[in-house]
Design a protein around this ligand. Sequence first.
Ligand code: BES
Ligand code: MN
Ligand code: ZN
Length: 496
Amino acid sequence: MIDVVFSVDVDFKSANVLVLVADETGKSFVSEKLKMFFGTEISKGISEECEELTYGKIKNFNLVFDGKIKNIIIAGAGSRNKFSRSSFEKLGGYILSQIKSSESKVCILSNCESADNEPIMAYLASGMMLKNWSFDKYKSDKVPAKLKKIECKTGYIQFNKDVFDGLLKIVDGVHTVREMVTEPANVMDPDKLLEEAKALKKLGIKITVLDKKDMEKQGMNALLGVAKGSDKPAYVIAMEYKTDETRPSVALVGKGLTFDSGGLCLKPAKGMGEMKGDMTGAAVVIGTLKTLALQQAKANVVGVIGVVENMISGSAQKPGDVVVAMSGKTIEVDNTDAEGRLVLADVLWYTKQKYAPEIVIDFATLTGAIQVALGHEFAGLFSNSDALCDDLQKSATVVGEKLWRLPLHSSYEDDIKSDIADIKNVGSGRGAGSITAALFLKHFVDPGARWAHIDIAATEWDNKDRALSQKGVTGFGVRLMNDFICNVCSKNGGRK
Ligand code: BES
Ligand code: MN
Ligand code: ZN
């Protein structure tokens, strides 16, 4: 457990890391603090070293105090007019990555506070907590914890404490997603994912589970077709968190492929293991509901996930098969590896029929093509509503989880026309793979609802460290959805 304390003074003597967070004018602040703790002579040379306090610039060195080594980290916070939650959370991440010793007790002092700006200590601590996550469950040699205690010196104790308490619940949701996604597919299978969803019950979330029989009754043949090749069960799981029915009804829909081998259109061996993460959309929905419930947020949300494994066997679906989706539309399965859209076709239609939400947002690791288009920085955003995109972009800016809108334009529609059925599940190979995937989904969405599809196939992970995550999973989406649902979405649009 990491102990995070906000107080008017800090216990420098017992700490082994001292962090000074200073804005671009903070040179005298840094030298004054170093002088206070270490005496004039040492501080003079060092403060000259710290001329530049531009945003993200970090100095890290050791000094001896009372016979013990103290690690000093000086972090530039840049210009005051660029201060934001996101800038301080990221700075917290940069600071954490500088801490080398384990079980550290960290003191943070800053010159960036003022009565009317943001609770920067809460943001810094939140960023440190986000960055601090790692997964060593299957390692015999456990990674030693970096943090034991963070002590933040602040003149606004209650303000920071209140904000931090909320952020901690969001961090919890992000960590839940990272854990679920990092688990290998032999552990995180459909039954285990169901267990994760059911764990939300104790937070007051209502769970409804559709098993194979229920899905057959509903006519969810697009989803069931994907499940045919697997020995494991498939589920549609609905999770309702409704504490304020006067708020707009939001459905969060998630792709929950616990493993995607590609089916008979088998993926190459290289990289196939990454497909344990093909349930990230479902994990983001679960993580978001968890954060909302922990915060006791006012919301009117249902999460609906399709949980399936895409495998090979004598009963696996074949390229060329035609399935009748729950909506009645017929789909030619031209490629068994374009399975996510088949699953979502029925989950989206079921969501519309059962819950008739005003706003639908789906999260899916849908296409490899989104990585080609946007890399790991921006998730692909597709929507039938400019207003919803504006609102989502507001949240994206606040939390620093970036979205880039791509065209959901009917001119690509020809690409998914089928000779034998109403539509086929892949484009004719003329590029724009993420767009044709989104257009496919559009066939199963209520045109009267505001809908956004967020393709997180590349933002859910990275092969290098990021500001707020280590190499591997990111948990992208929870912070975005939390801000959208709590602070942005309203009947008339715009921030609350
Ligand atoms: N789950 C994959 C998409 C994916 C790729 C996610 C890489 C994360 C990293 C999806 O089911 C898939 O296989 N899509 C195919 C679609 C193609 C057959 C039209 C793809 O992107 O290659
Ligand atoms: Mn696939
Ligand atoms: Zn997939």
